[in-house]
Design a protein around this ligand. Structure first.
Ligand code: 13P
Length: 229
């Protein structure tokens, strides 16, 4: 199973260090084949010791240069960061990243050999139109994306389930993952209000290869328990 923590705009450099120290002991008893990813904010990227991978929530498609407010390969290389999150709905929605831009970013980081955790997810009005509309919407988010890339992990995160406390139902996750797997044969994570209460039933769903966790990952004890659950 894959357990990924997306800190979003939470935690500092100091608290991330403490977090990773506690995580290291917290997950000592995890299954050997479980893989853990932590995506701290850019200011907290660093080298941390432990059986987990640190990834960037975002970066610009450049080595370095004049891209105010962004970080590039140079800043990631300082800490050997080789994993990146691309396509998160919050970047699509709040930062105005459209599919064309996201596809360019994907190609750039693919060409650099990065492991890419690529996020897709539908808004509520699409979900309300039924499963067929959902799948069409989700497949449109693969436009320009090389889904055969060997270092690709997909995260399905319905927007209406993110940060709302309301996860998709087991049936919704199962149906959507099954449909996605017909097109994309890559590890497929579910994200959206995953917490200690529901993680067991979610990771047992066929077609779920792991989870991408926001709010419930911010507390290291809780996230460690989720991994060991
Ligand atoms: P929550 O777990 O807070 O719903 O966030 C999910 C998410 O967006 C992870 O990328």
């Amino acid at each position: 199973m894959i357990f990924a923590a997306n800190f979003k705009t939470n935690h500092t450099r100091a608290s991330t260090r403490l977090y990773t120290e506690k995580l290291r002991s917290g997950i000592a008893a995890k299954h050997a084949d479980d893989k853990i990813y932590i995506f701290p904010p850019a200011t907290a990227l660093d080298r941390f010791e432990g059986d987990f991978t640190i990834g960037a929530q975002n970066a610009y498609m450049a080595q370095n240069g004049a891209f105010t407010g962004e970080i590039g390969l140079e800043q990631l290389a300082e800490f050997d960061i080789r994993t990146i999150l691309i396509g998160h709905s919050e970047r699509r929605e709040f930062l105005g990243e459209d599919q064309e831009f996201i596809a360019k970013k994907f190609s750039f980081f693919q060409s650099q050999g990065f492991e890419i955790l690529y996020c897709i997810g539908e808004p509520l009005e699409i979900r309300e139109q039924g499963e067929q509309a959902v799948i069409e919407f989700l497949l449109s988010q693969f436009e320009g994306i090389d889904i055969s890339y060997d270092k690709l992990i997909i995260a399905y995160e319905p927007i209406w389930a993110i940060g709302t406390g309301r996860s998709a139902t087991v049936n919704e996750i199962a149906t959507t993952h099954e449909a996605l797997k017909k097109t994309v044969q890559k590890p497929l994570l579910y994200g959206g209000s995953v917490k200690l209460d529901n993680i067991r039933e979610i990771i047992q769903i066929r077609g779920v290869d792991g989870v991408l966790v926001g709010s419930a990952s911010l507390d290291v004890e809780q996230f460690s328990k989720m991994i060991l659950s």
